[in-house]
Design a protein around this ligand. Structure first.
Ligand code: MD3
Ligand code: FE
Length: 216
């Protein structure tokens, strides 16, 4: 029996390739988490989290907001990127420098030294919230990777192929993990299982996920 089986790899662990083109940087954001969270809270004061409607008429359990020059929104009319927050009619808050810097350092480490995201989607999960299997293909630049940052409670991330029919792999993403999704992984179906109950020392009963994207 190994008492350490349930622990995530130490932040110094080598990056783990989790699929062709996708690399998990264990704990890459851990040391900066307080600063990142403070910057996110300032963004959320300008553009509060909200539960969007899907074109199918369903209300998402994940609460969302954005920063950067473009933000992802969904409504009964469809998904799209907008320059203004539809709730305030004002531009989305600028991407805080500490967020952009983290995303660029992670992308560079994964082989994308020119990563210049113009959108950062902020997802908040509370226990029970989930994200159904989907593809992200509203971005014009599908050669650029997406960088994702997980903060707070752990989640079970589902990662399939470009065919919805293939059974997805499961990966546990914990506080501070950063994943760079490029190459063939970019168009894979993915989702997040319902968040389990728990309390994180820094974030309390929630998980935040930041995804940095090159949209235009
Ligand atoms: C693989 N977010 O915002 S992050 C999303 O944890 C989204 O909130 C999840 O899926 C979350 O669209 C997963 C990891 C992720 C994000 C985007 C991807 C993986 C991806 C796009 C293409 C391939
Ligand atoms: Fe996604």
């Amino acid at each position: 029996m190994d008492l350490f089986d349930d622990l995530p790899p130490h932040p110094d662990a080598a990056p783990t390739p989790i699929a062709p083109g996708a690399v998990l940087l264990h704990g890459f954001a851990c040391d900066e988490a307080v600063a990142l969270l403070q910057a996110v809270e300032v963004v959320l004061q300008q553009a509060p989290l909200r539960h969007l409607q899907t074109p199918g008429g369903y209300t998402m359990s994940v609460a969302m907001s954005n920063c950067g020059s473009l933000g992802w929104v969904s409504s009964v009319n469809g998904y799209r990127y907008t320059a203004c927050d539809p709730a305030s009619h004002r531009p989305w808050p600028a991407m805080p420098a500490c967020l952009l810097d983290l995303a660029q350092r992670a992308a560079a480490q994964a082989g994308y030294p020119q990563f210049a995201p113009d959108a950062c989607l902020i997802n908040q999960y509370v226990p029970g919230a989930k994200l159904s299997l989907h593809q992200d293909k509203d971005e014009l630049d599908l050669l650029a990777p997406i960088v994702s940052v997980s903060l707070g409670l752990p989640a079970v991330f589902l990662f399939g192929t470009s065919s919805r029919k293939d059974r997805p792999q499961r990966h546990r993403l914990v506080h501070g993990d950063v994943v760079v999704w490029g190459g063939p992984s970019r168009l894979a179906y993915h989702g997040v299982n319902a968040l389990a109950d728990g309390t994180h020392a820094l974030l309390g009963q929630r998980r935040l996920n930041l995804t940095f994207r090159c949209v235009r």
